[in-house]
Every structure is written in C-alpha cells, then in structure tokens.
Design a protein around this ligand. Structure first.
Ligand code: ATP
Ligand code: MG
Length: 698
C-alpha cells in the first residue's frame, strides 16, 4: 500500500464540481465571447459537456472519475490487475503487480509492472480480437497521398499479413530480443512491420521516414538491427522522396563504423517509383513482394515476459540529442489500451483517425497499439494534410465517417491561418471527439478547433504526455467534467503529478513550478537504450524522489493543470517568471497572427527580455502598426512586464519533423550566436533558419 498520499488539490476541486449543474445552456466564456462579453481570465473560461455526451460516456461525471481515480492511486495493484485481466496472458504475473524504485538516493531506478506475466501484444491486438468475433471488422482504412488511392484491411487480413512477414523475419535469423529498424512512410506495411516484430519478440525501432541518412545511420549504429525495412520511394504532397537511397547511404555510413546490416527488405511502392528504377545492392537488398507472399499466413507467437522490451524509440530531439527510449511489453500494453479507451471515450462503432506518423510515439501508442488493442477501426493516412488542398483532412473525415480525430496544435494553427471556408464546405457530422497533442494548445486555437472543426459539439482531449511516458498522463476524459480551453485538465488514472519548486519541494494548491510525477505508472519507460546512467541523471536526479518531466506547469485555483512549456524556456523578466506558452497564446489570439514562438534574450536592465518570432496570417504583411498592436495584445492580456522587446517577422518557424517549434535554435538566432546553432538534423525544413537569419534586422 502507498503511504503519505495527500489528497491533492485537483481531487478537492473535482469533488466540488460534482455539485455543479452540468449540461448545455450555461454561460461559458466561449458563449460570452460570441456574445461580445469579456470575462476576467482564461481560468474562468469554462466549456461544459453536453448532457447527451456525458450520459453515454465511459466516465459520465466527476464523481465517477473521482471514484476510479481514488482507487487507482490507493490500490494500484488492484486497479491495474483488474484491467490487465481483460487481456490474454499465457501465464499470470507474479504476486507483486509492480515494483519500483523512483528514488536515486535509494539505489538504481527500477520500474516493473506485471513481471513474470507471459503474454504477447500482437496476439492481444489481433488474435484475441478475432477470437471474440471481430475477424471481419475493418482494422485499417488506408488513404493514399493521391485522393482516390485507398484500400482497407480486416482484422483477419491484417493477421495474415503480419504472420507472413513474421515468418520471413524468423527465416532470415531475427530472434527474440533482436532489433529491427523500420524506415517506412505511412503505408499499411508500417503497422504490419511493427506487429510482425512484436509477434516474434523482436524489438522494433521505427525511424521517421523524413530523417536524413545521417540521423538514420546514428540510430542504426546505436541499436544494431539485423534487418532494416523500407520502401523504394514515397509520395508526400507533390514531392517524391526516395527512401531507399537514404537507407543506402545510412547503411554505407554505419558499415564504415563497423555495424553491418545483413538484410534490407524493400517494399515496392509502385505508385511512387517502379522497381526497375531502384538502385540495388545484390545479396543485401530483398524485394518485399518477391518473398513475403510465399510465407504461411499463420505464425506461432513468441511468448514474452511483461518486462521484455517491445520497442526502442528516439525522442523528437527538440531539446538536444535524441534519447533512445525503451518500452517493455505488459505495462505498455495495458496502459495504451486503457488511456485510448477513456481519453477518447472509445466505442466499438467509432472510426478513429490520428494524423501522427508511426515514426513518433503518438503513432506507436495511438495509431497502432492502443486502438488495435481495443479492436478499433483506424484510418492510416499516407499524405500531407494540405494536399491537394487545405480541405483534405475534412474530405477524409467525411469519406470514412471519422468520429474521433486526433492531431497536433501545429496543424490546427496552420489550418486556422487558411480560413474557415475550407472547413465549412465539408459536413464533419460524424465527428464526436477531438484530440490534441505535442505542444500546449493556445486557447484561441482551442476555440477554433472546438467551434469551427467540431461545430461546438465535440469535446477536445488535450493530452499531455511524452515519448517517455508511453501514454497519456494529464488529459480530459470527454464528458466527465467541465473543460477549460488550453488546460489539459486532470491526471489520468494512476498518475500522481506534483508541482515542485526549484528546491524540489512539493507545492500544494494554486501554484506554478516544475512538473514531476511521484509514482510509477504501467506505461513508463524503463531505461534509455544502453545508457541507464543518462536515464537516471536526465529524469530522476534533478528532483530526487520524483520523475521530472522537463516541463513547466501551473495549477489554477480549481485544480486544473496548465502546461507552460519546457522549463528551460521559462523567461525571467525583472523577476517575473513568464512561460513562453503564455506570451505565445496572447500573440496568437491577435487575428492577424498565425503562429508565434517566444524566447528569452539577455537584457541589461531586466535580466531577460522577451523576443518574439511571429508568422502572419496568409495575405497579411508586416508593418510598424501591426508590431505595435501585437505588443498591445500581450500588454492587455498578461501585463506590461510581458510585452515583447522585439518582434521578429518569420515566414516560417524551425520545427522538428513532428511539428514542434525548436526554441533552442530560436534562442541562438535571437542572441545572434549564429555559429552555435547545434544539431539541426531533426529539423523539418532547415532552410527556415537561413530565412530567419536574413530577416533578423528588419
Ligand atoms: P526531446 O525530449 O528529444 O527534446 P520532445 O520532448 O519534443 O523531444 P516528445 O516526447 O515527442 O519529444 O514530446 C513530449 C513533449 O511535448 C512534452 O514534454 C511537452 O513539452 C510537449 N507536449 C506534448 N503534449 C502536450 C500537451 N498536450 N500540452 C503541452 N505540451 C505537450
Ligand atoms: Mg522530451
């Protein structure tokens, strides 16, 4: 049993919310804004779930949440083993459901869940669902880059395809515990390859197929795969990307460093490039279509321990050199399935689409494993959201009758910039729940997502989590309670977030500080590949006794959590600590500002000054008046102390390939330390950096 459990502030608040009348009709800030009234602050902006939604939700009220949450933290063993029992285990876990040491002062950091339990996640995704009658249900709808190019696959068909590849991998000598690198775009073959590895106990490491040969080589050298799986080329928007050539140079580079990969299994993606045009290394390169179809469509499962590794995934690298995050099987399985079910209020009739690529954790947990463990129908989209035009997403939503749509704030903001008419010409009637992940979503983007995309009908799950956490940590449960635009609301079951000060002392009530977690949860990562010491120093040493997320956070008077960005992004202006997210939100609420990124720069008087990069809405041009009115918005919304000292016009912002703003590069540009830009290999478009430098003094 867990000792010293304090009833944290959020619980008291949820308790008091239980007495609030729920349902439509109440004046919310949203309504107030529409009616032209202004409310005091963001914290008072409430969006109530409709009664219709709440009454059908898995968690239908604050009381219900509270009951489940209390049990999850007072009796984690009971709570999680009840859920785990819904999955197939060849052998049940040992007496102890979990074991943890979260405190570096007490020795090595160690987390284990369901140790001794024998299972297989691929079996639980496919065979188990087929046995319960879902064999003919559609598992995947695949939508190609070109409108009109599509296909679909039932659970039965998916299992057959997975087994064929699994048999092949075994045949070329991939054993339990061996690594396989997957460098594929969003073809059906990508989730198939992940599941095939899981089926035979191999560890997959998906590398986003937009990374350079150098980044890919780095990862190959780090995890030494037996096989690399790729395709010859891919279409993305109007471009063709020759993946196989990138793999060729990466394999050359890694071989020069002594890491030789025996097999490069290459899928012929003939909509982008014909076989004959592809450069070939005899003996190493194998065409997928030449070999896989010859293999049997059944394949025995390799039963693994709950603590055997499932995959290795590198973080997106927005704060520096990517870290090889290792997840194991059992806890990850239980956690992704449960978070998916509750945070999206998943029902068997839903059609679910997550726009993330499987090259990121979101694509692992919420394109592949979480949904398939629930027997869901998933849309996998190969293309770009603005091709052939910016209405593509809603075209896809209408085509497949998507009911749950999960995306990133960067996409919401970029579509917002294009105007409502590209949205309103589609029906979007099927939508029920919306989701956001990757960065804090500014309240103004939240409102646009809610009002325009969701027709003020669909709750938004703003899910805060990380590659390291495996699944959602702080997230709304749609229908359960009142939302506040821009707040990720309350912790998921079993998660005990705490906010600490610089000394690592827990702060109660309304406060802001460093976001930590007090106890382990099943989906937590277990180590950094090959570097347990870096794992301990990066995450567990800053505030001994806690897992430190690296993010800043505040908790308001009602107990809601507000993520304020990375702590190394907090700016200290004349003693005021200001989160970059706050200033950015204020800027983006200006009707002519499409996107903003704020960093701190040295300032003689104030210590730090605020330096803002601003991208304008399509068709608007920069001017001194606009500059003044942007500064005004910040002064009005936050206060004079937060007014930007400099507005730097930015045609684009440097983003990681997962769409996050890379502030460390902006900091260097802002302070004109141009020879210290650091590792830019994970940037989506490195030319943005040169453009920004060129515009620096305008
Ligand atoms: P690296 O760790 O290499 O710097 P990264 O942190 O960008 O890369 P991810 O694990 O993909 O890699 O991202 C997790 C981070 O994304 C979180 O720590 C947080 O800063 C941000 N984030 C994700 N979801 C949200 C959200 N809903 N609200 C606010 N921030 C979010
Ligand atoms: Mg991170």
């Amino acid at each position: 049993p867990r000792k010293n459990l304090t009833t944290s502030n959020h619980l008291r608040h949820v308790e008091s919310m239980a007495h609030l009348p729920s349902g439509a009709g109440r004046i919310t800030r949203l309504n107030a804004l529409i009616l032209g009234e202004a409310l005091a602050s963001e914290e008072d902006d409430l969006v109530f779930p409709s009664e219709d939604f709440s009454s059908q939700a898995h968690v239908s009220s604050p009381q219900k949440y509270l009951e489940m949450y209390q049990r999850s933290v007072h009796d984690p063993s009971g709570f999680w083993s009840d859920i785990a029992s819904e999955f197939y285990w060849r052998e049940k876990w040992g007496q102890q459901v979990y074991h943890e040491n979260f405190d570096v002062r007490k020795g090595k950091i160690k987390i284990e869940w369901f140790k001794g339990g024998i299972t297989n996640i691929c079996y639980n995704c496919l065979d188990r669902n087929i046995e319960s009658g879902k064999g003919d249900k559609t598992a995947i709808y695949w939508e190609g880059n070109e409108p009109g190019l599509d296909s679909s696959m039932t659970y039965n068909q998916l299992l057959a395809r997975v087994c064929q590849l699994a048999n092949y991998l075994k045949d070329v000598g991939v054993h339990k515990g061996d690594a396989v690198v997957i460098y594929l775009s969003m073809l059906m073959e990508l989730p198939i390859a992940m599941l095939a590895c899981a089926r035979i106990g191999a560890i997959h490491s998906v590398v986003f197929a937009g990374f350079s040969a150098e980044s890919l080589a780095q990862r190959i050298i780090d995890c030494r795969p037996k096989v690399v799986i790729t395709c010859n080329a891919v279409r993305r928007g109007s471009k063709i990307i020759y993946l196989k050539e990138i793999v060729d140079s990466a394999l050359l580079e890694s071989a020069q460093k002594g890491i030789v990969t025996d097999v490069c299994l290459t899928y012929e993606n003939d909509s982008a490039m014909k076989k004959e045009m592809t450069k070939w290394t005899k003996g190493r390169d194998i065409w997928w279509q030449d070999v896989i179809l010859k293999y049997p469509v059944t394949c025995d499962v390799e039963w693994v321990d709950a603590e055997d590794p499932l995959f290795l995934l590198y973080t997106s690298g927005s704060t520096g050199k990517p870290k090889g995050v290792l997840h194991t099987t059992g806890g990850y399985m239980v956690y992704t399935a449960t978070t998916f079910k509750y945070a999206f209020d998943y029902k068997p009739t839903d059609i679910y689409w997550c726009t993330a690529d499987c090259g990121w954790i979101t694509g692992h947990s919420y394109v592949t494993y979480g949904p398939l463990l629930n027997g869901a129908t998933v849309v996998v989209f190969e293309g770009a959201p603005n091709y052939p035009d910016v209405g593509r997403c809603w075209d896809i939503v209408d085509k497949y009758k998507v009911s749950i749509f999960y995306t990133a704030p960067t996409l919401v903001r970029s579509l917002m910039r294009e105007g409502d008419e590209h949205v309103s010409r589609y029906s979007r009637k099927s939508l029920r729940v919306l989701g956001s992940v990757g960065e804090p979503i500014n309240p103004s983007a939240w409102r646009w997502f809610f009002n325009v995309i969701g027709d003020a009908r669909c709750p938004i799950s703003d899910t805060w989590w990380q590659t390291e956490t495996g699944g959602f940590m702080i997230t709304p449960l749609p229908g359960a309670w009142t939302q506040k635009p821009g707040s990720a609301t309350f912790p998921f079951f079993g998660v005990q977030p705490v906010i600490v000060d610089e000394k690592g002392v827990e702060i109660e009530g309304e406060c802001s500080g460093y976001l930590c977690v007090k106890r382990s949860w099943p989906g937590a990562f277990r180590t950094l590949h090959g570097d347990h010491e870096r794992y301990e120093t990066t995450y567990f040493s800053a505030f001994p006794g806690y897992y430190f997320s690296g993010d800043g956070c505040s908790r308001d008077k009602d107990g809601y959590y507000w993520l304020t960005g990375r702590v190394d992004d907090v700016i200290n202006v004349s003693g005021h600590r200001i989160g970059t997210a706050e200033v950015e939100s204020a800027l983006v609420s200006h009707p002519q500002c499409a996107e903003a990124a704020v960093v701190g720069v040295e300032h003689e008087v104030k210590g730090q000054g605020i330096y803002a990069f601003v991208t304008l809405v399509e068709g608007v041009s920069c001017s001194d008046d606009l500059r003044k009115s942007l500064v005004m918005v910040v002064r009005n919304q936050i206060g004079a102390f937060a007014a930007p000292d400099k507005i730097h016009w930015a045609p684009g912002l440097p983003k990681t390939r997962s769409g996050k703003i890379m502030r460390r590069i902006l900091r260097k540009i802002a302070s004109r330390q141009l020879d210290e830009l650091g590792d830019t290999s994970t940037l989506a478009d490195p030319t943005v950096v040169d453009q920004l430098i060129a515009l620096a003094d305008r």
